[in-house]
Design a protein around this ligand. Structure first.
Ligand code: B12
Length: 455
């Protein structure tokens, strides 16, 4: 069997950003590979870190492809090639779930939703010579999940090989998120048993971990038990959580004792009216500044995520957001242009208002405007987005941000991280392109593992 995670832009393109695309290994496919028999032959390719020429690959009996929206075109190209060679092609994941008919034209079998229930069923049917055309996930549990096949991951090619996911989904329902559509027909937030999660952590070498869970702090009981179990393991890690989960008493402190050093927080917008419209209710009325302060005082760096182009945003949104983030001493920020993923509530709204400009999925990468914004022109929105990055990572902003830190040590750390990430991106990229990175520079892994890096 061959498994492929295609990439949106070829590694040879000038648009390809090695530092971003070499961050994390393909955990979804490695998770599915866990269900194979020990004597099944399987190879896992990730086009984000290796060139793939489909014509040069062997002919497997089964090809598994995982398209994201931005890699759909490339995924279909690869799938069509193998189908032309008579290979059975199975496709699943987020984009397939949002547009099953589109994907079905390029696959023999498609899967909607998470694969833990349907994939083992398919494997049995495939072995019996009777695979179905479509499998829809309904039974949601991570109980009995086999260990992720990390042996299939070429660790040396990744900056943060120790990424890990111990839950699926999120307890919230923001209407721009892929989540509700993906988890339709069953539970949309569930975790591993704490002991299983701790066992998966134990299997990871080295010290640094990066939790890719949408909201690691989303189930308080689970999170507390996990952090208690991790205390004394000597791990340093980062994760994602909401403003609310940070403000609640006790949980953050336990996370820090267990090794939390940086948190990715989806602030999304500094404008409350936007939040109500987008159903990001958990952020309304919460004190963003208090959350940042609390994180800093606990010694945790903040990687803040913001979205531009919501309906209440005017041309002043870029400066307001950057100013606010710099004033708070936020170390790293990721900005996004609002992007309506097909089958989300946001997509349905914009579609019904006739505001979707095109369906060129390559450009649904949160860096391009694909809909007609309300409060500004598409041009203003794209220009403002790039300007926000430039303004946030200016040396003057970095200095100003460091001054907001509670102590001298934090101020120095701020300068190192905020400066180190964007300012030296070209240098990191050169190293990664030369493929000497992780072996020659384990320091880079430590740096990345300890801060930002989702954008
Ligand atoms: C890590 C990550 C990345 C990494 C690397 C990708 C990787 N190596 O997996 C990097 C940094 C490169 C990245 C880049 C981007 N990403 Co990204 N990323 C993620 C993130 C945070 C975690 C992915 C993960 O490991 N999940 C955990 C595993 C277990 O889940 P999974 O991969 O979905 O697999 C399960 C199911 O989908 C299903 N499944 C998947 N494939 C198949 C196949 C079969 C046959 C079957 C049966 C089942 C099945 O079963 C698996 C087990 O449950 C997700 C958010 C998320 N929570 O998933 C966003 C996410 C996938 N990214 C997203 C986006 C938009 C991007 C970017 C466009 C961002 C940008 N602005 O540049 C780029 C584009 C990359 C590209 N290839 O085109 C979106 C995708 C939206 C969509 N509809 O496709 C997500 C959902 C975040 C979001 N904004 O909502 N990303």
């Amino acid at each position: 069997m061959t498994m492929i995670l295609p990439a949106l832009t070829e590694a040879t393109s000038p648009l390809f950003r090695p530092i971003k695309y070499s961050l994390f290994p393909p955990l979804g496919l490695a998770t599915l590979a866990g269900y194979l028999d020990p004597d099944d032959e399987v190879t896992l390719y990730d086009e984000h870190v290796e060139r793939i020429d489909p014509a040069a690959l062997d002919t497997p009996d089964l090809l598994v492809v995982q398209p994201y929206i931005t890699s759909a075109r490339r995924s279909y190209e690869i799938a069509d090639h193998f189908r032309g060679r008579g290979v059975h092609v199975a496709m699943g994941g987020l984009h397939v779930t949002s547009l099953p008919e589109e994907a079905a034209a390029h696959a023999d079998t498609i899967f909607t939703g998470p694969g833990e229930d349907t994939w083992p069923l398919f494997l049995k049917d495939f072995r019996d010579g009777a695979p179905a055309r479509r499998y829809d996930s309904t039974r949601r549990t991570l109980a009995g999940l086999p260990p992720v096949r990390r042996d299939l991951i070429k660790r040396d090619l990744y900056l943060v090989p120790n990424s890990i996911v111990v839950s699926r989904g999120c307890p919230h329902h923001c209407d721009f998120c892929y989540k509700d559509a993906f988890f339709e027909g069953g539970r949309s937030f569930y975790t591993q048993a704490v002991d299983d999660a701790l066992a998966e952590i134990d299997r990871l070498p080295g010290r640094h971990l990066y939790f890719l869970d949408d909201h690691l702090l989303g189930n308080r009981r689970f999170a507390e038990a996990l952090f208690d179990g991790m205390r004394g393991m000597g791990r340093l890690w980062q994760a994602a959580g909401t403003v609310n989960s940070v403000l609640g008493p006790g949980l953050l402190e336990r996370a820090v004792e267990a090794g939390l050093r940086s948190l990715f927080v989806g602030f999304e917008t500094v404008n409350d009216a936007n939040l109500a419209e987008r159903r990001k209710n958990q952020n309304i009325g919460t004190d963003y500044a208090a959350a940042v302060r609390r994180l800093h005082e606990a010694g945790v760096m903040v990687n803040a995520s913001f979205v531009f182009g919501l309906d209440q945003d005017g041309p002043d949104v870029f400066d307001r957001t950057v100013d606010w983030a710099v004033e708070q001493g936020i170390e790293t920020a990721t900005f996004h242009i609002m992007t309506p993923y097909p089958s989300t509530g946001l997509w349905q709204q914009l579609e019904s208002e006739g505001r979707i400009m095109h369906r060129d999925w390559d450009l649904y990468d949160t860096r391009h405007v694909v809909y007609r914004p309300k409060g500004m022109t598409p041009r203003q929105l794209e220009d403002g987005y790039w300007r926000a990055y430039r303004d946030f990572y200016r040396w003057s902003s970095i200095w100003r941000g460091s001054a907001a830190q509670p102590g001298r040590q934090e101020r120095l750390r701020h300068l190192a991280y905020a400066g180190g990430w964007k300012k030296f991106e070209p240098a990191w990229d050169l190293l990664i392109r030369s493929r000497r990175v992780v072996r020659a520079l384990p320091m880079l892994e430590r740096t990345l593992a300890a801060f930002g890096g989702r954008e």
